[in-house]
Design a protein around this ligand. Structure first.
Ligand code: PEP
Ligand code: MN
Length: 377
């Protein structure tokens, strides 16, 4: 009989042998993964895992019961799978590990990913007059990015669906007139070509974040893409959606956090502030925050905007309408230009006194009118 000391030494050396074998197994598993990827074979085959387990159990001569053997090897298999997943994640083209520097997207003479930007404009393009009025005021406030939906994803099929192509033309003309960059949503693969003819930035809405054929299609276009986070998407799914676009050759993706659906009813969505620093850690892509669709109301937009910028957002999106009470969509959450000029000062993006900023507006009545006066006029 060996001494206790000798048996302990035996155990230590067996541990080391098991460790060596585990690492050897992991290296083979990674080689298998690489080969499968190259040949387009699915990475995980549950039947194969089942077969390996049955074979191991059939060879088990004790003293461990079969259940313990099954449990131990399942853990080993699981560890290999998570190693493969980690490697796949690191191989993401949108990941920080792929590129350490922040991406700065150049659009004309404007940049996204450096100083904070603001994308503002109405929920929907409604008329040439509406767009001219808002475009003029926003450009006087120093806003360079003009938004406006012309294909609207509405919950009801009977609600205003947007102006379509005539709206695209109005948006483009207005943006050109005021030297602004236009941003508008594309909802359908068949419309990508058309929308690209007019818009400077293609927006993918929250409902379409999982529309992989649409993501691939905008990935094949030459236009920068503003990708909104799905309202029930995890951060990882959001980044994979961006990966779909980038994998087709279009690296110019601007991520947009716009709130996720939770049990809370005071706001339309819950703005996920933690997503901002996390995404900035995980990816080099710029990320902006749409405070309007997150809140679904006007009164808390400035604190949300400040929080977003403090958390590292590269910009904000805000819905602004010349006269929100008559807006054909999202009327409750759109700011008028007066409210918007105050918002800019409140979030710290306009250093001038609020009166001076409001003085730049043509529609000065909005800037000075109280909500009750506004509603009755
Ligand atoms: C929008 O920005 O016009 C819009 C519809 O937003 P979301 O897709 O985030 O709801
Ligand atoms: Mn809207």
């Amino acid at each position: 009989m060996k001494s206790l000391e000798q048996m302990r030494e035996d155990l230590v050396s067996i541990n080391i042998s098991i460790l060596d074998l585990l690492c050897q197994r992991a290296r083979v598993a990674l080689d298998v993964q690489q080969l499968k990827k190259k040949e387009g074979i699915p990475l995980f085959v549950p039947e194969r895992e089942q077969k390996m387990l049955s074979e191991l159990v059939s060879r088990n001569r004790g003293p461990f019961p079969d259940e313990t053997i099954r449990h131990l090897f399942k853990e080993i298999f699981r560890a290999s799978v998570s190693l493969m997943e980690k490697r796949t994640e690191n191989a993401m083209c949108v990941s920080r590990s792929f590129r350490s520097q922040d991406l700065v997207i150049q659009i004309g003479d404007k940049q996204i990913g450096k100083d904070p930007i603001v994308i503002a404009g109405p929920c929907s393009v409604e008329s040439a007059e509406q767009m001219d009025q808002i475009g003029g005021d926003l450009s006087r406030l120093g806003i360079n990015f003009l938004r406006g939906g012309t294909f609207k994803p509405r919950s009801s099929p009977y609600a205003f669906q947007g102006m379509g192509e005539p709206g695209l033309k109005i948006l483009k003309d207005t943006a050109r007139r005021y030297g602004m960059i236009s941003v508008t949503e594309v909802m359908d693969t068949r419309a990508v070509e058309l929308v690209s003819e007019y818009a400077d930035v293609l927006q993918i809405g929250t409902r379409n974040m999982y529309n992989y054929s649409l993501l691939r299609e905008v990935g094949r276009s030459q236009k920068p893409v503003l990708l909104k986070r799905g309202f029930a998407a995890t951060i990882e799914e959001f980044l994979w959606a961006a990966e779909y676009i980038v994998s087709e050759g279009n690296q110019n993706v601007i991520l947009c956090e716009r709130g996720i659906r939770t049990f809370e009813r005071q706001t339309r969505n819950t703005l996920d502030i933690s997503a901002i620093p996390l995404i900035r850690q995980m990816s080099f892509l710029p990320i902006i925050v749409d405070v309007s669709h997150a809140a679904g109301r006007k009164d808390i937009l400035a604190p949300l905007g400040r929080a977003a910028l403090a958390a590292g957002a590269n910009g904000l999106m805000v819905e602004v309408h010349p006269f929100p009470p008559v807006a054909r969509s999202d009327s409750q959450q759109q700011l008028d230009v007066g409210e918007f000029s105050k918002f800019l000062v409140d979030v710290g993006l306009d250093p001038r006194p609020v009166e001076e900023v409001a003085g730049l507006l043509t529609a000065q009545t909005h800037a000075t009118r109280s909500p009750t006066q506004g509603a009755s006029s």
